[in-house]
Design a protein around this ligand. Structure first.
Ligand code: UGY
Length: 280
């Protein structure tokens, strides 16, 4: 509980506001064909977005399908002020979503059932899900909203909605890592109803991904806590809590946890489906 509060405080102060006019800040932002890095410092007041049917809400769009629909997902950091929220949050009946709270509290209603969401709360919302959201507290709430067009498959049913909290799930250690690399999984990897995974990856100080993973799955990585050096394609990039990385399919990736506290990130990955072949 204590660690969660600390991580949330670290996270939120950096967003919003502007550097003074007397300063020219050179950021660490990177955009390449293979990946992008959006450091926390560039999530300022002048790059916010707003959405239809959301009240008292602003957001930072961290990723979106860029080249037609070759990319699979969009990811937002949502900030909802007290009293704000939406009765019509998702305009697309084909979109599934994951919500993950990083600071504050809110009420999520799914099929008329209320869920009080706190830091670490996680909700999976299948396509066509009936959900609403309201900040019933007296402080802003911030959460990630990851959306993907659900890939329907004949003979496989759509998974149901669920709400949980990362604190209730024991992380699964990676084999042969002495527990220095572990993943908190919210769905069973063998459950083929799911076509995306949003997990929490945790490295203890000194933990590494020891080789350049290179795979077809895309990633969004939001650093929740700690710091690391990430190898992305041909470059080494320093990242810390509040930074975001967007990785296209096949972007080589490895890392080492560089701080004195655990390095943790929220990870999106598309899984369990054929590739579209462009046949008509
Ligand atoms: N960058 C990562 O954390 N990648 C994961 N090992 C993954 O692809 O599952």
């Amino acid at each position: 509980m204590r660690r969660r509060e600390h991580a949330a405080t670290q996270l939120l102060r950096p967003h919003g506001g502007l550097p003074p006019q007397s300063q020219l800040i050179h950021g660490r932002a990177v955009f390449t064909e293979a990946y992008a890095v959006i450091p926390k410092g560039v999530m300022s007041d002048i790059v916010v977005s707003f959405l239809p049917h959301w009240e008292k809400t602003r957001l930072w769009v961290l990723s979106r399908p860029l080249s037609g629909f070759a990319e699979t997902f969009s990811q937002y950091i949502m900030e909802v002020a007290p009293g704000g929220g939406s009765e019509r949050p998702e305009p697309d009946q084909g979109a599934e979503g994951v919500l993950f709270v990083v600071e504050g509290e809110m009420r999520l209603t799914v099929d008329d059932e209320h869920h009080e969401m706190v830091p670490g709360s996680y909700a999976y919302l299948p396509p066509g899900c009936d959900w609403q959201l309201r900040n019933t507290s007296d402080a802003p709430v911030r959460f990630h909203w990851i959306r993907k067009a659900y890939a329907f498959v004949e003979g496989i049913e759509v998974p149901p909605a669920f709400v949980t909290n990362e604190q209730t799930i024991a992380p699964t250690p990676m084999p042969d890592t002495d527990g220095r690399w572990a993943t908190t999984r919210f769905v069973d990897p063998a459950d083929l109803r799911h076509d995306m995974h949003v997990t929490i990856v945790t490295f203890q100080p000194g933990g590494v991904i020891p080789f350049d993973e290179t795979h077809v799955m895309e990633h969004g990585l939001y650093v929740l806590e700690g710091r690391a050096v990430y190898h992305l394609n041909q470059e080494w990039v320093e990242v810390e809590a509040g930074d975001y990385m967007w990785l296209r399919a096949f972007c080589p990736q490895s890392c080492y946890a560089a701080g004195s506290t655990p390095f943790r990130y929220l990870l999106y990955k598309d899984v369990n489906r054929h590739m579209k072949l462009g046949l008509s």
